[in-house]
Design a protein around this ligand. Structure first.
Ligand code: ADP
Length: 168
């Protein structure tokens, strides 16, 4: 079997321990190369710029690439995900599922992506129980309100978040 390449798409605004848990499990069990596809201008009006989000993804995932001896790279994605997957030679789209509330949207996206490109399979990893409630949006809200975010994001990301919100 050839190299197994996975594409993990998201906004990563910013990358959280929940995202990293998915990256780690994909690296450990699923892929030889993982491409993290960072949305260039997602519909979510990100707080961090595209370059900031990519830099944080790269910095935080590098140790996992070393640990599992796989390649992990970050790139921008704009437009159709299945086209990016084809460009990268990825046969798998990796997504995390936290709660039933994620399901409808994810099911619709996975079904639509399969219609568009049946050579790419969407693979879901259930969120680990420790990270079930971790979402970038919630962590940003907590940070903005002065709450403790250390347990939800890596230390460097927590620093970047506090800087971002103190500038506002
Ligand atoms: P998107 O804009 O695609 O929702 P996100 O950056 O919010 O981007 O999430 C990217 C992917 O990571 C999604 O599949 C999401 O379900 C998953 N994810 C986010 N947080 C967690 C978490 N705490 N545990 C598991 N998966 C997660």
């Amino acid at each position: 079997m050839g190299e197994r390449v996975g594409l993990y798409p998201g906004t990563f605004d910013p990358i959280t321990n929940g995202h990293l848990d998915i990256v780690e499990r994909a690296a450990a069990h699923l892929v030889d190369r993982l491409i993290i596809a960072v949305a260039i201008n997602g519909s979510k009006s990100p707080v961090f710029t595209f370059n900031e989000r990519v830099a944080m993804v790269q910095e935080q995932t590098a140790p996992l690439a070393d640990k599992y001896g796989i390649k992990i790279e970050a790139r921008g994605v704009q437009g159709l995900l299945v086209e990016t997957a084809a460009e990268c030679g990825a046969s798998m789209l990796i997504r995390g599922l936290r709660a039933v509330s994620d399901f409808d949207y994810e099911f619709q996206m996975a079904s639509m992506n399969r219609k568009l490109e049946d050579q790419v399979e969407t693979v879901f990893l259930m969120a680990s129980e420790n990270y079930l409630f971790v979402a970038s949006s919630l962590v940003k809200e907590i940070c903005q309100l002065g709450g403790d975010i250390e347990q939800f994001v890596p230390a460097e990301v927590a620093i970047a978040m506090r800087e971002k919100f103190s500038n506002k």
